[in-house]
Design a protein around this ligand. Structure first.
Ligand code: GLU
Length: 370
């Protein structure tokens, strides 16, 4: 098998079969595939959407109400129903499942990240299949910084947490196309994307289907995070017979985004996830070379611009003069401090600020280069 640890994201349209409630037959089909592959000693973590749709159906509410607690009500009713269905389907194969509800806030904190990682790893070790969803009941909708908002991004974070080999995004789309196949008959499926650049992002557009929260745009965002954290990503059509088996055995399906990095330590993966990223620094070309080629720390002399507000200890992005992110890591100084010391020699930090936390703006050990 090409992949050993696989995160499978199941989109709402897939597990509802395009209806207004859970489609047990569609879910059984996916569960059967996973149960068969489990016999080959592969690890699976599911990220399943559908709680909100299942809740809406159970409560018999057809029209969308926009108020936020209401969506959370639907999620809490529906999550239970969804897990019940999974429980029934997996236990028929003798497989134990676990419910894991996560929020962005939990994982932004390093301790929370480690706790979630340890739990998921321990579950895998026990042969349990974790089923993850966003904890919609507590996720704060209005503030993007605290919410994944879509399970595509959540699944990339989960792949990062468990150091997965593959993130398989299954939905009602076949993959990434050169144009929208619904309106353009010349649209072609792209089999492999080696680099997610502006052209690819443009192709993804922002198409959204009726019930799904994410579209191709969020899938590309997810692919970007996962591939930079040593996980390959495949977007494929979830109703294709035996799609999961085909994919894990290396058969070409949908669109493949091969990982761009080799395995890296968990601390770096956490920093790269940029989840708690509050701002950033633009650095000059000399500093880019020092960081990316010479393995050096970032000194105040190489900083050209401070963006956003952040405190000492926050994770921030580092971009080059073209605005391309080249690294991220934990800042030794606040944004306000760096604004004063940028372009200056490290020896002058104490005199300028009246305090000093070291000669580096960001120490090499607290930095992850992309
Ligand atoms: N957490 C949402 C649900 O279970 C789904 C979010 C998504 O589909 O991206 O209904």
């Amino acid at each position: 098998m090409l992949y050993k640890r696989i995160v499978v994201k199941l989109g709402t349209n897939l597990i509802t079969g395009g209806t207004d409630g859970l489609d047990e037959a569609a879910m059984a089909n996916l569960v059967n595939q996973i149960a068969n592959l489990r016999k080959k000693k592969l690890d699976f973590i599911l990220v399943s959407s559908g709680a909100i749709t299942a809740g809406r159906k159970k409560l018999g509410i057809e029209k969308d109400r926009k108020d936020i607690p209401f969506k959370q009500v639907l999620a809490s009713v529906g999550q239970n129903r969804m897990m019940n269905t999974y429980e029934k389907l997996f236990s028929a194969h003798g497989i134990t499942i676990a419910q894991t509800l996560l929020t962005k806030t939990d994982l932004t904190d390093r301790q929370g990240y480690l706790n979630a990682r340890n739990t998921l790893m321990a579950l895998l070790e026990l042969g349990v299949v974790p089923i993850v969803n966003e904890n919609d009941v507590v996720a704060i909708d209005e503030i993007e910084e605290f919410k994944f908002g879509d399970n595509d991004n959540l699944s990339a974070m989960v792949a990062n947490l468990v150091d997965a080999d593959l993130l398989l995004l299954l939905s009602d789309v076949t993959g990434l196309y050169t144009a929208d196949p619904a309106v353009d008959s010349n649209a072609e499926l792209i089999h492999e994307v080696k680099e997610i650049n502006a052209d690819i992002e443009k192709m993804a557009g922002k198409t959204r289907s009726k019930r799904a929260t994410g579209g191709m745009g969020t899938k590309i965002e997810a692919a970007k995070l996962a591939t930079s954290c040593s996980t390959s990503v495949i977007i494929a059509y979830g109703q294709e017979p035996d799609v999961i088996a085909h994919v894990v055995s290396g058969k070409k399906m949908g669109t493949l985004f091969p990982t761009t990095t080799s395995k890296m330590e968990s601390r770096k993966r956490w920093m790269l996830s940029g989840l708690s990223s509050k701002g950033g620094l633009t650095i000059d070309n000399g500093a880019v070379v020092a960081l990316t080629q010479d393995g050096k720390s970032l000194l105040p002399a190489g900083v050209m611009e401070v963006r956003g507000k952040f405190k000492r200890g926050d994770i921030i992005n580092i971009v080059n003069s073209n605005g391309t992110r080249i690294a991220c890591g934990i800042s030794n100084y606040s944004a306000a401090d760096i604004a004063q010391i940028m372009g200056q020699q490290s020896d002058d930090i104490l005199e300028i600020l009246g305090h000093e936390y070291g000669t580096e703006v960001m120490h090499r050990n607290n930095l992850a280069v992309l």
